[in-house]
Write a protein that binds this ligand. Structure first.
Ligand code: AMP
Ligand code: MG
Length: 352
């Protein structure tokens, strides 16, 4: 699969109307366009077209039973493609446009190729000026888009990651600079039991469980968010099944007091070549070789913003092992924890 990939840089969508029209035309005619969003870059195709979905899976090297998220410019558009209801409307009013994806029963116009064979479809309305302008230009169809990385690589947060992974595999890449958030959207499904309606958190992201509680009192965290799936277990969200963000250098997450972890890292640096995703505060106390500062110890937003880039970089350092701190489980920490335990294949070392 090799095609000519056009890379265009956009800073102000108003000044790039012609390029955005061309991108929308490519999508309408069944081609693939990578576009920036506030979470990570998306690999877009026409969400109403079976062949576009098949092309997305092929370009990513992704199993075709791992469903795609459809993107709309206005949360109200969801009703054209899915059966939205009152709770969706309340979520939309609180968090859209923004980094939230909601799973809804699909309408017939959405092909099973887009939903990986499911009767539900994931809907998101991104809050990024370029994504918004592109989706408005598309108008009469939603854009199906998974993250624009090769399957198994960290999600791309700058166009260079996309160019590395997908050059020659897509028609166009829109370079819109760095993704603001750096982690994929929060995914929830709307569920019911004898006590009434509740939300299941399928993938944590920048919209935290606490924030969701303001709209729906009951938020249940799916077990696959925190734990490894058991042999033969089927996750509620198919993406949780796959090995994700796996660096080729083994990644180990360190759990312990800040003093114990620092002492451990100092000893490891003396003993062998390791790449360390450290906090800013630790830099003066460690040798500078192969240090990858993720942000301040309590600055989870910066850690989220830098994580995927640093995983790619640290993996190139040629070290025999990679270390990072085990994130906390609350707030945005849950999203970091979820991505990092998967990158580390659930390897957590208690220090000392
Ligand atoms: P990505 O586009 O790479 O962020 O991945 C999208 C993820 O959304 C998939 O891997 C699934 O886990 C999840 N997803 C999409 N559609 C559905 C759905 N209908 N039901 C449950 N999870 C979904
Ligand atoms: Mg992905």
């Amino acid at each position: 699969m090799t095609m000519q990939t056009k890379v265009i840089k956009i800073t102000d969508p108003a000044e790039s109307a012609t390029d955005l029209k061309e991108a929308a035309r490519i999508l309408r005619e069944g081609g693939l366009v990578v576009f920036p969003t506030e979470t990570v870059y998306g690999l877009g195709g026409n969400g109403l077209s079976q062949s576009s979905a098949e092309k997305i899976y092929a370009a990513k090297g992704r199993p075709s039973n791992n469903p795609l998220i459809i993107h709309v410019h206005d949360p109200a558009e969801a009703d054209k493609y899915a059966h939205a209801g009152d709770l969706y409307d309340r979520l939309a009013a609180a968090f859209m446009p923004g980094p939230l994806t909601v799973i809804l029963p699909k309408r017939e116009c959405i092909p099973y190729a887009t939903t990986g064979g499911l009767d539900t479809v994931a809907v998101r309305c991104p809050d990024h000026p370029i994504a918004q302008a592109l989706l408005k230009e598309c108008g009469d169809f939603p854009v199906a888009a998974p993250s624009a990385n090769l399957s198994g690589k960290p999600s791309p947060t700058v166009a260079e990651h996309v160019i590395t992974d997908l050059s020659g595999r897509v028609d166009m890449i829109i370079d819109g600079g760095e993704s603001d958030i750096g982690l994929e959207s929060t995914i929830v499904s709307i569920d019911h039991d004898h006590e009434g309606e509740y939300l299941t958190l399928l993938r944590p992201g920048a919209i935290t469980a606490d924030a969701l509680t303001c709209v729906c009192e009951r938020v249940v965290i799916a077990s696959a968010v925190l734990e490894q799936l058991k042999e033969g277990e089927r996750p509620l969200s198919p993406g949780m099944m796959y090995k994700h963000y796996a660096p080729s250098t083994p990644l180990v997450l360190l759990d312990g007091t800040p003093e114990d972890v620092l002492a451990f890292l100092q000893k490891e640096q003396a003993d062998r070549s390791c790449a360390i995703l450290c906090y800013f505060e630790e830099m003066p106390h460690l040798k500078h070789e192969n240090l990858f500062p993720v942000g301040g110890k309590d600055d989870l937003a910066t850690q989220a913003h830098t994580l995927f880039s640093l995983l790619r970089e640290a993996d190139k350092a040629g070290a025999s092992i990679m270390y990072a701190h085990l994130p906390p489980l609350d707030g945005l920490g849950l999203a970091l924890y979820n991505r990092m335990i998967r990158a580390a294949a659930h390897t957590i070392l208690q220090v000392p």
